[in-house]
Design a protein. Sequence first.
Length: 304
Amino acid sequence: MTVQITDRPDGVAMVLKPLAEKTVSQGYCVRSWTGITAEITDLHGPGRGPEDLRSKRPRLTAILEQVGGHAEMRLTPPCQARSRAEIGYGAANHLSFIPADMPFWQFAQRFRYIRRLIIDFDLPVLAACLGDEIEVTSRFAPRVMFRDSRILMLAELLADACLGTHADSRSYGDSLALAICYNLFRPGRKDEKRSGLAPAQLRRVTAFMEQSLPNAVALKDLAEMTGLCESYFSRAFKASTGMAPHRWYLAAKVQRSQKLLLETGDSLADVALASGFADQSHFTRAFRTIAGVSPGAWRRNHGI
């Protein structure tokens, strides 16, 4: 098996290597910051068998971007694929934290593209840098497929910093690394209470919302499915998913459009209409809000 390594001028190692039989290609970049080692990975489907992601150090895994299918994280290797409704959520923007040396598996199927960030933590270095501001212990409890909008935002920025070539990217990356550590390990975090939807409620609601795409379901109808009032349902949904229901719909429509951008040669106007947007202008604004770039730029960046 051949592995191709390209050295960049800024010292960042870029690696492209063949993967498991079901996966077409992968590219990744590894970089070290204060107290962490970060690995940003681009996976191209259509599938990937159980992948053991255990580490000698505490590890945070973030699924930052995903087109099609789902990526499931588990403490035991999955015996067989499960539907998105059974998993609870199949889209991106979920995190998993695993203590050192604990078995940890990723299973992904029917996807076109996944962008994944893995962070390994050097606890002695972090303790020296942050002192009493964080709880450093070897007895962490695992947290699988959880959502935290603040950590996800920092993880997105760190992933971009991993690929950065600016002279000041070192200090910028160090700041992001310490911010992630503070938000993940700060004292009292485990006692914070967020009242979200029950897992069964979340599975039922998100499955119904997905089946209704590209049309939205009235907030009143979603709340009635869970037996909650509209205002409480909105807060609980956001606590469970990291986004309000209307934002979830927007992200889901953009994800639907990304699949069309990759799989078809349709014009942006046709993709916009097929994804449930009023016109190309509305589509472009929404796409930029969720993905950070225009649909045309995103399509070019992904080789279409």
